[in-house]
Design a protein around this ligand. Structure first.
Ligand code: GRF
Length: 203
């Protein structure tokens, strides 16, 4: 089977993108990154792509009159690079129904909490403020809501009594790095089936 082509959308430091890349290089993930798209010119993820020799482009919202034109520019890159799965890896923008409708069931996101708890920004602080004893990370398909799409995989991480948002984030991100490639791998092997809100993993 040929490699599944991924398109990575990321706004920042790109540690998830780096771990996906590492897993591809080591043969653990049978995929190929076709394009990296960032909405921030100085995002570290663009440097990582350059070092790895992966096509990368910066598409900034400010250069477009409307959100739809901005998203259309992103979609054009995805289509031009024959991307099969769009992977959001710290992409700090909410995608509209227009964009999601272009790639139904083909957009994944990772979020640093056990959804539906603590969606949106500052998930680690939300978990600590709430007094949760367990948090973790969730990988889900993207729908029009904020972190509401069908859940693919989740893994719990214990919240420790002295945790700060940073110390909790440090433990969760390690789990994210392992879990995201697993979920992407399941997609690449055509082992994910979306049935309403439920994602079945085909054995
Ligand atoms: C991760 O914690 C991810 O769950 C969230 O944004 C962060 C991105 O980190 N959506 P990185 O850019 O992959 O290092």
């Amino acid at each position: 089977m040929s490699e599944t082509v991924l398109g990575i959308l990321a706004s920042g430091r790109g540690s998830n993108m780096q771990s996906i890349l590492n897993n591809i290089s080591s043969g653990r993930l049978h995929a190929k990154i076709g394009i990296v798209i960032s909405d921030h010119a100085n995002a570290k993820v663009l440097e990582i792509a350059a070092v790895a020799g992966i096509p990368a482009v910066c598409i900034e919202r400010k250069n477009f009159a409307t959100k739809q034109e901005f998203e259309a520019a992103i979609a054009a890159e995805i289509v031009n690079h024959e991307v099969q799965l769009v992977v959001l890896a710290g992409f700090m923008r909410i995608l509209s129904g227009y964009f999601i409708g272009l790639f139904p069931g083909r957009i994944m996101n990772i979020h640093p909490s056990l959804l539906p708890a603590f969606p949106g920004l500052n998930a680690h602080s939300q978990a600590l403020t709430y007094g949760a004893k367990v948090s973790g990370c969730t990988i889900h398909f993207v729908d029009e809501g904020v972190d509401t799409g069908p859940i693919i995989m989740q893994q719990a991480v214990e919240v420790l009594p002295d945790d700060t948002p940073d110390s909790l984030a440090e433990r969760i991100i390690k789990v994210e790095h392992a879990l995201y490639s697993k979920a992407i791998g399941l997609y690449c092997d055509q082992r994910l089936s979306i049935e309403g809100r439920n994602v079945k993993i085909i054995e």
